[in-house]
Design a protein around this ligand. Structure first.
Ligand SMILES: [Zn+2]
Length: 203
């Protein structure tokens, strides 16, 4: 049984544990378990993991139109002509993944990379909001759906977007109720997300 005491943990192993424990949701115990698992893993599998990490860092960038993560710029969603002229605004790239899984939305996305939160010093200028305004002017979408989280800063973002986008003549909507209040959209199940998308309301 390996000991977690640093005196008996070989330096490369403790380095791996340190790196793994920086991941979200991974405490020191899980980090040790993962490190020793990798240690036992065949060399090719371990290399596969290391290469996958390198590849996302080297090949993934942000789409210059919607700011979702992509390996081609503009991304496959932005260049898909069969997509509807509706823009769904989300906080994070993971929200796009969750909404695409529901198959309830056939438009394009715009990823803000956060939400307006004065308490954390995050104002509209730190988010991709100016780029959204430019897109709305250029693309004249039928609708902008503000799919930010149902927490304080998500609501503040929705209110702000409504105020600046409505004068541009675009319909601004918000998902129907039923989403987890105060929680991240990525934790909502597919059916809940899909229902919220289909039953949206005017802001
Ligand atoms: Zn894009």
């Amino acid at each position: 049984m390996p000991s977690r005491s640093s005196a008996v943990t070989a330096q490369p192993v403790s380095r791996l544990i340190d790196e793994l424990s920086k991941l979200p949701g991974v405490g020191p115990k899980t980090a040790s378990r993962l490190a020793y698992h990798i240690l036992k893993t065949p060399r090719d599998d371990a290399l596969g993991l290391a290469e996958a990490i390198l590849e996302v860092k080297e090949r993934i960038t942000l789409c210059s139109n919607c700011f979702n993560t992509t390996d081609v710029n503009p991304c496959a969603i932005c260049t898909n002509e069969s997509r509807e002229k509706r823009i769904c605004v989300v906080e994070q790239p993971l929200d796009v993944v969750a909404l695409e899984r529901t198959h309830e939305f056939r438009g394009t996305y715009h990823v803000l990379h956060g939400s307006v939160s004065p308490m954390d010093g995050i104002g509209p200028d730190q988010l991709r909001i100016q780029e959204l305004v430019e897109r709305v002017g250029k693309e004249s979408p039928e609708e902008v759906i503000v799919f930010t989280n149902l927490d304080l800063s998500g609501e503040a973002t929705a209110t702000y977007l409504h105020r600046i986008l409505t004068p541009l003549g675009v319909r601004v909507t918000r998902p129907a109720s039923g989403l987890p209040v105060g929680g991240d959209l990525e934790y909502a199940d597919d059916r809940t997300l899909g229902r919220a998308m289909t039953g949206r309301r005017e802001l």
